[in-house]
Design a protein around this ligand. Structure first.
Ligand code: TRP
Length: 337
């Protein structure tokens, strides 16, 4: 007889406040797609989080749908993954509020992202920006996941989620499962093409070293041709992250899109300078992204399909989230409906 083993659960979200980059694809979404058979996966567009910074409503709406289309085009099969929009699952806002009451002012004040964002948005340091981590703790704890894949910058928030969950469990018993952050290995971290010491960021503007998933081939080629390689005299394609971070970053990208190892890449480019290497990487990226871009564009025209995906996703997510929320409401002493 076949043994039924419960799959481990995984959950993550991305704020629809900027377009997906090659970095978010190679560092996150591509790996997620490969895990669908192993884990029970939940992914959502974190629109509630996006409004902590002022958004243009029409842009936010469009970007949320584009993000869903791009997730699917990157291989997140809606039949295997639960894909939903955060604001469609009201339990997020509700648990977020409860957890606000179990998050301390001092803890929230110490969050690096809060400090950075309030410095950048000095005219809009709103309460939502401050309590962002409690909402994020709610996002996570609602689903009792085993793993939460996040970028390095979100690790502190997952750690605070532990603190909040333990505090709550300490008072009321085992309500929440304590999740583990999962930061993909360093190799998957794609850096800016013009500043290989900084992460490729979606909030950078076009002039800087960023490639968007939906960029046209000409733009991608232009970005790669002007990528910063290193000012060593060697002019040789060799993996040396310490001394040649620009070349190492290009090799990481090339390896991720072609599946070739660093050794194979070094051999392939023996005797070639950076001038020859850069456009080859650009072309490989263009070819790798082409089917994704075309599929995302096709899906954006099929609004009925996207709607069926996010409705279905919200329904499945609510079912799981409601169980946790009901338990929490009971524990804290709310009268049952
Ligand atoms: N804060 C995350 C980011 O900015 C997005 C996010 C919101 C998230 N809720 C989450 C990620 C829950 C993982 C789990 O990228």
């Amino acid at each position: 007889m076949e043994e039924i083993v419960a799959k481990k659960r995984m959950l993550s979200g991305i704020k629809p406040s900027g377009d997906l980059t090659l970095g978010s694809y190679l560092g996150a979404v591509k790996n997620w797609a490969e895990r669908a058979d192993q884990y029970e996966c939940f992914y959502f567009m974190a629109d509630l989080h996006a409004i902590t910074v002022r958004q243009n409503p029409a842009d936010l709406r469009r970007r949320t749908l584009e993000q869903l289309a791009q997730y699917i085009a990157c291989g997140l099969d809606p039949e295997k993954n639960t894909l939903f929009i955060q604001s469609h699952v009201h339990q997020h806002a509700e648990l977020g509020w409860v957890l606000d009451c179990y998050s301390m002012f001092g803890e929230l004040s110490r969050m690096t992202q809060f400090k950075d964002k309030s410095a950048k948005n000095a005219d809009n340091i709103n309460a939502g920006l401050f309590t962002y981590p409690s909402l994020m703790a709610g996002d996570i704890l609602l689903y009792q996941p085993d793993l939460v894949p996040v970028g390095e910058d979100q690790k502190q928030h997952v750690e605070l989620t532990h603190v909040i969950a333990r505090r709550f469990n300490g008072i009321y018993g085992d309500v929440f499962k304590i999740p583990e952050p999962f930061v993909p290995k360093v190799g998957a971290r794609i850096m800016s093409l013009t500043n290989p010491l900084a992460k490729m960021s979606k909030s950078e503007d076009e002039d800087t070293g960023r490639v968007l998933l939906m960029d046209a081939p000409e733009i991608i080629m232009k970005q790669f041709k002007r990528a910063i390689t290193d000012s060593d005299t060697e002019n040789c394609v060799r993996y040396d992250k310490e001394n040649k971070p620009g070349v190492a970053n290009l090799m990481t990208i090339y390896s991720a899109v072609t599946g070739k190892s660093y050794d194979q890449i070094e051999n392939e480019f023996v005797g070639c300078g950076y001038g020859k290497f850069k456009p080859v990487v650009g072309e490989a990226v263009v070819e790798h992204l082409r089917p994704i871009r075309e599929e995302a564009a096709r899906l954006m025209k099929d609004k009925a399909y996207l709607e069926s995906v996010y409705r279905d996703g919200a329904q499945k997510a609510s079912y799981v989230a409601e169980k946790t929320l009901r338990k929490v409401y009971k524990k804290v002493g709310f009268v049952a409906k």
